[in-house]
Design a protein around this ligand. Sequence first.
Ligand code: MEV
Length: 330
Amino acid sequence: MSSSSPSTSPSIVSSRAPGKIILSGEQFVVLGAPAVAMAVNLYSKIEVRPSQSGRIEVTADIPLHLVGDADKGSLVGENRELLEPLRLAASATLDHLAMRDRGVHVEANCQIPSGAGLGSSASTTVATISAVAKSRRARLNREDIFKLAFIPENYLHGHPSGVDQATCIYGGIIQFKKPSKIKAITVKRPPTILVCDSGAHRSTKALVGAVVKRSQEQTDGFQSHLDEITSISNAVVKALRKEDDNELGRLMNRNHEMLRQIGVSTPDLDRLVAEALQAGALGAKLTGAGGGGCIIALCADKKDRSNIARKLRNAGGTIYNVSLDASGVK
Ligand code: MEV
C-alpha cells in the first residue's frame, strides 16, 4: 500500500530505525526454525535530499570504531561494502514507486557497530527505504519495506532469513519464522539486557554459509537441533510473557551451547559468556551470526547490570546498556 506519487519532492527528509538483538534462534532461523528478537535503542538515521548529479548518491558518517577499525575517526564517502546496500535500497524503493527521477542523496549516520550482530545493515537499509519513500511523499507499509529490504540484505548476507529487517521495521519483541511470519510479543516488563561487544567483527554471509553447508552434510543432527530450537523459542516467548527471568536465562544458556555445537561461537565469546554468568547474569549467549561480535546477558535488574558490565569491561568487552525500542522504523 503506497500512497499516490507527488508532484514536488520535499527538500530534506529523514527516517530512523533501531538495531536488534536475538534472544533465541539465530542461524537456525535461516533453516526454518523460529527466532525471538528484540529491537534496541541503538539507531541508524538516514537523511535524504535531492542529489546534484541527478543520480543516487550515498555517503555515510560512521565512527570507525563501529566498523571494527582500531583507529578512531569517521568514515565519510566511499566504502563499497558499506554503501552499496544503501544504494540498492534506494534504487529498489524508487523502482517500487515507479519513479523515473533517481536524483536522491542518501546520508547515513549509524550508532550501531557494523558486523557485530546488532543489525546495523538491516537498520540502515530499512531506514533508507523509509526515507527515500518519504522523499517522494510516499508512505510504504511494513510489509512493503520488509520485501524491499531483501534486495540489499541478499546482496550483503547471501540468504538472510529476514529476522533482522523484521525486527528493525516492527520494533518491540517479535517471534519470526521464515518466510514472513512475524508475531509481536507484548510484555509487561522487557528483560534487562546488557550487550557486550567482543570487538572482533565478521561477515554474516560466511558464517551463515558455513552453517547451511554443515546442515546439508549432517541432516539428522540438524533436524534434532531444529526441533530443540523450536521448543526453545516457544518457551522464550512464554518466559517473557510470564516475566520468568530464571527460565529465560536457562533457555539463553542452552541456546548458546547449541550455537557452540554448530561451530559459530569463539573462545572469546565463550569467555565473555562465562564471565557474565560468573558475575551474576541469569543467562548469556552470543547474539547474531557469531564468529565474533556481541554477547547478550540477562540481568536481574539495573543494579546487577552495572556490576556485570564492570566485570565484562575489565575482561576487555565494550558495553551497551540497551533498552527496548517499541516503535521500529519511523
Ligand atoms: C543475523 O542477525 C541472524 C542470522 O540468523 C542470519 C539471518 O537470520 O538472516 C545469523
